[in-house]
Design a binder for this molecule. Structure first.
Ligand code: ZN
Ligand code: ZN
Length: 445
């Protein structure tokens, strides 16, 4: 029995519309969850319910303080939250069906929002009753070592941990991170120690100023002066902790990198139109290798769950990753750094951001259009929205071309390189899995 083209198109339309209504109703109830959570930290009577019960129910390794407190936290927070979500899903079904009466609307909103929130209510009540399976259905509060840094779009354990133990006025999202991205609460800089290289340059100073305004403690790293860097912030002149270092002696910064939550790799050199051997070596040494050595040194300080959740490296590359910068050696060296970061991010133990900037006014580019202060402000604003590849440029095509290039290069690196360095040096010309099999059989033999 065959279907006509019209029947196939009708069937596909019905299926897609149903899925769209289901997805829409789930997104809506998640927005309700996050709004309720955010209000729980703003309104005193809700805060007492939420903070005293939910926040105090966990130790910092996410093991529960006591069975009794954990059960009560469900009755005081999870149950009312899930009932509110259920009510919202019922209202959404009613409004949606009244506006667009069809089977797709009814089935989609029922199978999406109503089913989804009913499961949430059942899980919350089961947690309140002390039934063990309910704990297992809550991966964001599962005790144990973090296996991955915070993820970008869907909340994971290390993302949510920061709401409990880093800054309860940020990281409100429960499942999807839209609300935090919208509010600029997806990354908090409050109280974090941030070390910035290239601190005596125009962008370095502007970044330091905006980091201080965002509540960070800053350490200025510079290779061009030994006296403390001073900055005027909010009308006050501040003398910053300043550490002098030299290219090639990155190891000297080990102690600083241990105590830094965030490392901003912002130093660089532009040899402009030079193309001598010396200019090539200097460009790669400063722009590529020095930053890469510091990045690896910083990543070696990420060991504990707390460090996996909190530590970040921001690498200032340049729009030269994809665009001409009238300086071939600057482009080549910055592009190489950008590609090394893309490769390293495949297995990095913490978040690594790229900061791709267009030309801004500095000693290197005195006639550029953008001011360093504006570029730094936009950078901090994008980081607070957890943008992993921050682009600040007046060339709009870069916002389209770079994400495509980043995706393609990252996919290529992922499929043509292996996680285990030992495997790649042992056997040549095989795929990763084949190598793994051969090496493990060699080891067993
Ligand atoms: Zn929580
Ligand atoms: Zn909370």
């Amino acid at each position: 029995m065959f279907f006509s083209n019209e029947q196939i198109i009708d069937g596909l339309t019905l299926a897609l519309t149903t899925v769209a209504w289901a997805a829409g109703s789930i997104i809506l109830v998640e927005l309700v969850r996050d709004a309720y959570h955010m209000l729980s930290h703003q309104l005193k009577w809700l805060y007492q319910q939420h903070h005293i019960w939910h926040h105090k129910a966990f130790h910092s390794d996410l093991s529960i303080v006591s069975e009794d407190l954990y059960r009560r936290s469900h009755w005081h927070h999870d149950v009312p939250e899930s009932i509110l979500m259920f009510v919202a899903s019922c209202l959404f079904l009613g409004v949606a069906y009244a506006s667009f009466p069809s089977w797709a609307t009814l089935i989609g909103t029922f199978a999406g929002g109503i089913y989804y929130t009913t499961c949430s209510v059942v899980r919350a009540v089961a947690g309140g009753m002390g039934w063990k399976w309910a704990n297992k259905a809550d991966p964001n509060h599962e005790p144990g070592q973090f296996l991955e840094p915070p993820t970008q779009w869907i909340v994971n354990k290390s993302y949510h941990w920061r709401h409990h133990f880093e800054n309860p006025q940020a990281y409100f999202s429960g499942v999807y991170t839209f609300v935090d991205k919208l509010l600029g609460t997806a990354v908090s800089l409050q109280g974090k120690t941030v070390a910035v290289t290239g601190a005596s340059g125009a962008l370095g100073q502007a970044l330091l100023k905006h980091l201080i305004e965002a509540g960070a403690r800053v350490i200025a790293l510079t290779s061009s002066q030994t006296e403390p860097i001073t900055l005027e912030v909010a009308g006050k002149l501040l003398a910053l902790e300043t550490i002098s270092w030299q290219i090639g002696r990155e190891q000297d910064l080990s102690e600083v990198l241990e105590r830094a939550d965030i490392l901003v790799l912002n130093h660089g050199v532009n040899v402009h139109k030079q193309r001598t051997q010396q200019a090539a070596i200097e460009s790669f040494e400063v722009n590529t290798w020095s930053s890469y050595r510091l990045l690896e040194l910083f990543l070696s300080t990420v060991r504990t769950s707390e460090e996996i959740a909190k530590k970040e490296a921001w690498v200032v590359t340049s729009e030269a990753e994809v665009a001409p910068a009238q300086s071939p050696l600057y482009e080549l060296s910055k592009r190489s750094l950008g590609d090394l970061v893309t490769l390293r991010r495949l297995d990095a133990p913490c978040t690594i951001r790229k900061i791709l900037l267009g030309g801004f006014r500095s000693k290197m580019s005195p006639t550029a259009t953008l001011s360093a202060d504006w570029v730094a402000k936009q950078t901090i604003s994008a980081v607070k929205r957890d943008i992993r590849n921050v682009i600040v440029s007046y060339r709009f095509w870069i916002y389209i071309v770079h994400p495509v290039r980043e995706f393609l290069v990252s996919s290529y690196f992922r499929t043509h390189s292996c996680r285990d360095a030992e495997i790649t040096t042992t056997v040549e010309n095989n795929t990763c899995s084949e190598r793994s099999l051969i090496v493990s059989s060699l080891e067993q033999g």
